[in-house]
Design a protein around this ligand. Sequence first.
Ligand SMILES: C[S@@+](CC[C@H](N)C(=O)[O-])C[C@H]1O[C@@H](n2cnc3c(N)ncnc32)[C@H](O)[C@@H]1O
Length: 511
Amino acid sequence: MPTLDSYDAIPYEGIPITETYVEQLAAIGRLFGLATADPRACRVLELGCAEGGNLIPMAFYLPDCRFVGLDLSVRQIEAGQRLIDALGLPNVTLLHRDVAAGAEDLGQFDYVIAHGLFSWVPADTRAALLALVRRCLAPHGLAYVSWNALPGWHTRAMMRAMLLQYTRTEQAPRARLQAAHDFLTRFGPALVEEAGELAPLLKAEVEYLRRAPPSYVYHEYLAEVNEPMLFADFVQLVHAHGLEYVADAELYTLLPHTLGEAGQDVVADLDDRLARIQAMDFLRARRFHRSLLTHVETPMQAAPDLEALRGLAFHADLSSEEEIDLAEASPQVFATASGARYSVRHPLAKAALMLLATAYPDSLAYSELHAAAAALVAEYGTAEAAQEEPALARVLLDLIAYNVVRPAVNARRFDASPGDRPCAHGLARAQLALGQDCLASVRHTAVQLDAEGRRLLALCDGTRDLAALTAAMEPLLPQEYTAAAREACARMLWTFARHGLLSPAGQTSRG
Ligand SMILES: C[S@@+](CC[C@H](N)C(=O)[O-])C[C@H]1O[C@@H](n2cnc3c(N)ncnc32)[C@H](O)[C@@H]1O
C-alpha cells in the first residue's frame, strides 16, 4: 500500500474538532428529525484521521463507543497506534488505508467524519469518499464532511498561488515550507504597501499565515490539491451519491434571521432551502463548510425543530464579568472559552446561561434548565418573564447556531473537582509526555496550556496536595505569580478539573 509522503514528512497537528463530537452530531441530527444513534454507545469512522488527534480523545472519554480511523500516511497511523497502545484503549483502531479502497469490510457506522480531506484530494477520491459514506453509513447515520468553499476561498487562493509559484523549485516538503516562510518574511511588509486596494486583505492573510501551525500552512497552501467549490456544486455531488445535505455544524450558516436586514431581504423570496443557503454563502463570502449528510431516503426536517430542542440537553463553557440582572431585559455579555462575546437580554436566557456556565462540563436537560432558570427569574425578576418559555427555546437555538451553547442528546454529570490529591488522567499524561501543549477536554475541546500549566498538570500524579504542588511550582512561576502562588495553583487545578483533565476524586487513573 503506498503512503502519503507529504503527511509522512509533515504530520498534521491534529486536535479535537469540537464540531465532530458525537454528542453534538447526535443532537444536531435530532434537531432535524433524524433518529441518530445514542452517542454513549455508537460506531464512529473517521476518514483521513492523521495521528488520531481527533479520534483518540473521543475513544478515551467514550469507552462504550467503537472508533475506526483510516489514513493513507503510514507514519501518522503508526504514531497514533503507539498512543493507543500506551493508553491500552480497546475501542479504537487506526488503519493505513486509502479512502478510495472503501471500508465495507468494517461494517456500518452511525457517524462518519471526514475533516480536512474532501477539498484536498483529487476529484476521483472525492467521489470515492462520498460513495464510501453512502455504503458505510447506517440508515439514520450522520456524516460530517468539511470542505473549502467559494466564493470566500478566492481570497486565500491569491496567497496560495503566490506561495506555490515561489516554492516551486523546492521538492522536499520541509524545504518548501521553509521557502513559504521566507516568502512571508520577504514579501509580507512590501505587499502591504504595494497591493493597493487589496492590501488590507493580503495583510490579514500574511498575519494569519504567520500565526498558523506549519503543518496547516503546508497542507492548506502548498498542498498539491486544494479545490474549493460552490455550495451548489457540493450539493450536486452529494445528491449524485444518494446522500442528502442536512445542515452545517455551524447552524447559523442556514438560518436567514442571522443575516442583517439587507441580507434577509435578499433571501426572503428564496423558497428552496438549498438555493437560500447558496445565496447566504454569497452574502457572507463563505470560505469553509462543515456539512452534515445523511441518506437521501432518510426522512428529515428542512429546518431545526424547537420541539426537538426541548428534548435535548445543553452545556456551555461560558463566563460573565457583570452582575446578572434578572429583573430587566437588559443586555448581559457572556464570553466563550475562545474569547468570543455574546449578549443576551431575556431574563430566562440570562439565568439559563448562568446555570450552564456554573454547571460546565455537565450538561443539563432542557426541562431541568428551564425549571431552574424560571425559578431564579421568579425569585429575582418578574413572574411574567419567568413564564416566557418560548423565548428561552428561541435564544438557545440562536446560541447553538453560533456554538456558544453546545447541544447534547443526554444530560451528563462529571465529577469536576480536583480532589485533595489531584491526578492527571491517562490521556492527559500521555499527551504531556508527547510534548503536546494542546490537550483534549472531556467536552472534546482543545485546551491550550502554557508552560506553567503543563508543569503543574505533570505534577498532578495523585501523591501531592495543594501545599505540595504549590511548593513544587513556586520556583517555576513568573515573579508576578509567586506572591499568590497557592491561589494561582488552585485556580489552575480548577481549570484542569473543569476540562475533565483529572481522574475523578479518589481514583488515581482513568486510562
Ligand atoms: C488535513 S489532514 C486532517 C487530519 C484530521 N482529520 C484532522 O482534522 O486533524 C488530512 C489527512 O487525510 C489523509 N489523506 C489524504 N488523502 C487520503 C486518502 N486518499 N485516503 C486516506 N487518507 C488520506 C492525510 O494523510 C492526512 O492525514
